[in-house]
Design a protein around this ligand. Sequence first.
Ligand SMILES: NC(=O)c1ccc[n+]([C@@H]2O[C@H](COP(=O)([O-])OP(=O)(O)OC[C@H]3O[C@@H](n4cnc5c(N)ncnc54)[C@H](OP(=O)(O)O)[C@@H]3O)[C@@H](O)[C@H]2O)c1
Length: 304
Amino acid sequence: MNWNAVAGRFTPPARLAVIGDPIAHSRSPQMHNPALQACGIEAQYIRVQVPVGRVAEAFRQFAACGFLGVNITIPHKFEALDAVDVLDPLAKQLGAVNTLAIREGRLHGYNSDGPGFLRSVKEAFGVEVKDLRVLILGAGGGAGRAVAVQCALAGCSNIVLANRTHEKAVGVMFEIRDVMKSVGTASRAGKAGAVEAIEMDDVHLANQMGNSDLIVNATSLGMKPTDGRLLPGDALEARHLVFDMVYRAGGETPLLADARRAGAKTVDGLSLLLHQGAISFEHWFDRPAPLKVMREGLQNAVMA
Ligand SMILES: NC(=O)c1ccc[n+]([C@@H]2O[C@H](COP(=O)([O-])OP(=O)(O)OC[C@H]3O[C@@H](n4cnc5c(N)ncnc54)[C@H](OP(=O)(O)O)[C@@H]3O)[C@@H](O)[C@H]2O)c1
């Protein structure tokens, strides 16, 4: 790729990007470009497809072309961990980098998905994650593990992990125990924080519903209307808070449809996209992000 040509092809010039493989579907440019414009920043945010194994090389090229920052999406968030000069401690703990800030040629790696999740829960449900009993579906995947660690770091004292491949949830459970110990989490009853890994089947999930406040879907299921149910049909109640990290263009995910029928409060993956994007913006420009403009940009992109 001729990187200088990529950067110079745009007016204003490209100085920010999102990388992934594939990347054409990303709505991040429609969220960030209105934000840059609203803040009077002479820069453009573009999509760049980068193949697996080429992330470090891409980062160096971005730095050489005068880029300020990069967002990193599937499948590069883990590869990016080893491709930065300075790794933020939270990104290290969450095990993934989704934001690169380039300062004086140095590559700084951050994770805005975890803190974005906390902001999203607060905005959608008006509560702090630390006050909730959380059930995470898909806790063995990259996003699910990061959410579990972020909940534990935030002081959540009751976390249940479910994953199709059960051993992965068990591995995350041991990590979460260590995090809970390190932050000194105590339950409402004053006992040490509790984390459990369960089989992801109807019987085990149904048994957990009475002990859960917030249910998070971090599996990759829900994008297609034909994707099967994650929870037994009648498992959700009006008191549940349901966070689907998946976003489905042109319709609800099956989980959110079930939640709505049960009268539960819901939020979808678009909210996380917005809040993680706002935190990336804050890393790049050291100023609050224009959240309203970014939200409108995303909503317009979704309706287009
Ligand atoms: N809204 C946002 O900004 C945002 C941010 C991050 C992620 N996400 C979304 O979160 C989802 C997960 O992303 P990721 O990066 O964590 O992917 P990942 O690392 O590939 O993990 C995928 C997860 O889904 C589970 N899974 C896949 N197929 C399944 C099935 N048929 N039944 C049950 N579980 C199944 C996997 O279980 P196994 O371990 O058994 O394979 C694993 O837990 C994706 O849809 C992604 O788009 C959204």
